[in-house]
Design a protein around this ligand. Structure first.
Ligand code: PLP
Length: 398
């Protein structure tokens, strides 16, 4: 049963129309119950305790790891590392990979439509050793130029990092093809799945990627938990990320040996309640059916694209043939922030600005966009409310 209590909120006397799902999704009752249930009945630190609560909490935490493994079809649960979110997952790989495998004059390929969290960690890793980034360009529609991509590889290419779905343009990238080409050059690939996992079935073995990162809070789970999937062969080779409790086997002042996978990459006390919330979110999505969610959001995207395109002076950025439920637009010459503020007064929650993708804004020569993004609970009534509100505010600000 779909029950998102927060969606009953009234905003300035209007029913809330929540269209900021690419930033974070709302949480269903099951997830809220899992989180509060943990603190009411299970709260305890995991793995180390000799007592009942610690054993129960550990069992439930490890159960979620298996659930995530099946959810993305990883080969085994050692390949699932819990983090705080996509940002931490990418920083983990960039930092460890950078220390272990990047040298002076090496190259990392990223796409031109990455979120800052899939650019800056690679810049930091490159800066440390004198390596550099190469960028896959995209066309006006928001489609990556695969010919240029192929031409970017050299003897010095060490890794490719690319998003599965662009949070600004909505483009669904051909990740399988991106991986195939990189693997032909013996180069590993990290996929940023932050905008994919809640919207389409994801199978890391089918994609063939070496790393796949995502955030719980964008898939109906609590904030504070995310996942780094890493192929076991790679995780075995990467040096540890953070040092601390849980990631060690033996510590002396002379030398430390490290724990086995995946614990080697999970230093310190994890956010156990949030992980259990993630488990409940996966159950929720599986009950709804991820294919059904994908179909529903595709219908919404088509409906919204048609309705919004009919508004005079409205320009959509990101018109790739294969898109997820994200629509970025500008209204006449109005500043996106003004549009967002006026929509808010009518109860409509959208995001405005550069969406942490400044290079995308530079590519189009614009300061930002207004972004409406969908989730499983979004309805055509929500889209109608957005369209009516834009028609109402257009004469005021255009
Ligand atoms: N990657 C993409 C494509 C995103 O859309 C986001 C968040 O908007 C992130 C990475 C960062 O996610 P988080 O802030 O949950 O770490």
């Amino acid at each position: 049963m779909m029950n998102f209590p927060i969606l009953d909120t009234k905003v300035y006397g209007h029913p809330l129309v929540y269209l900021d799902n690419a930033a974070t999704t709302q949480k269903p009752q099951q997830v809220i119950d899992a989180l509060t249930g943990y603190y009411l009945t299970l709260n305890s630190n995991i793995h180390r305790g000799a007592h009942y609560l610690a054993a129960q909490a550990t069992e439930r935490y490890e159960e979620v790891r298996r659930k995530v493994q099946l959810f993305v079809n990883a080969r085994n649960n050692k390949e699932i590392v819990f983090t705080r979110g996509t940002t931490e997952s990418i920083n983990l790989v960039a930092s460890s990979f950078g220390r272990g495998f990047l040298k002076e004059c090496d190259e990392v390929i990223v796409s031109g439509m990455e979120h800052h969290s899939n650019i800056v960690p690679w810049q930091l890793a490159c800066e440390q050793v004198g390596a550099r980034l190469k960028v896959i360009p995209f066309n006006d529609e928001g489609v990556l130029d695969m010919k240029v991509y192929e031409s970017l590889f050299s003897q010095r290419t060490r890794l490719v990092a690319c998003c599965h779905v662009s949070n600004t343009l909505g483009t669904v990238n051909p990740v399988k093809e991106i991986v195939r080409i990189a693997h032909d050059h013996q180069v590993p690939v990290l996929i940023d799945g932050a905008q994919a996992v809640a919207h389409m079935p994801v199978d890391v073995q089918e994609i063939g990627c070496d790393f796949y990162c995502f955030s719980g809070h964008k898939m109906y789970a609590p904030m504070g938990v995310g996942v780094m999937y890493g192929r076991e062969e790679w995780l075995d080779k990467l040096p540890p990320y953070q040092g601390g409790g849980e990631m060690i086997k033996d510590v002396t002042f002379e030398r430390t040996t490290y724990n086995e996978l995946p614990f080697r990459f999970e230093a310190g006390t994890p956010s156990v309640g949030d992980v259990l919330g993630l488990g409940a979110a996966i159950d929720f999505m599986q009950q709804e059916g991820i294919e059904n969610i994908a179909r529903h959001e595709e219908e919404l995207l088509n409906y919204a694209t048609e309705k919004l395109s009919a508004i005079p002076g409205l320009r959509i950025f990101g018109t790739a043939p294969h898109k997820a439920g994200v629509i970025s637009f500008l209204l006449g010459n109005a500043h996106p922030y003004d549009v967002g503020t006026l929509l808010d007064k009518l109860g409509i929650a959208v995001r405005t600005g550069h969406h942490c993708t400044q290079p995308v804004m530079d590519r189009y020569g614009i300061p930002g966009t207004v972004r409406a993004s969908f989730a499983c609970y979004t309805t055509t009534d929500d889209i109608d409310a957005l369209v009516n509100a834009i028609n109402r505010i257009a004469p005021i600000i255009c």
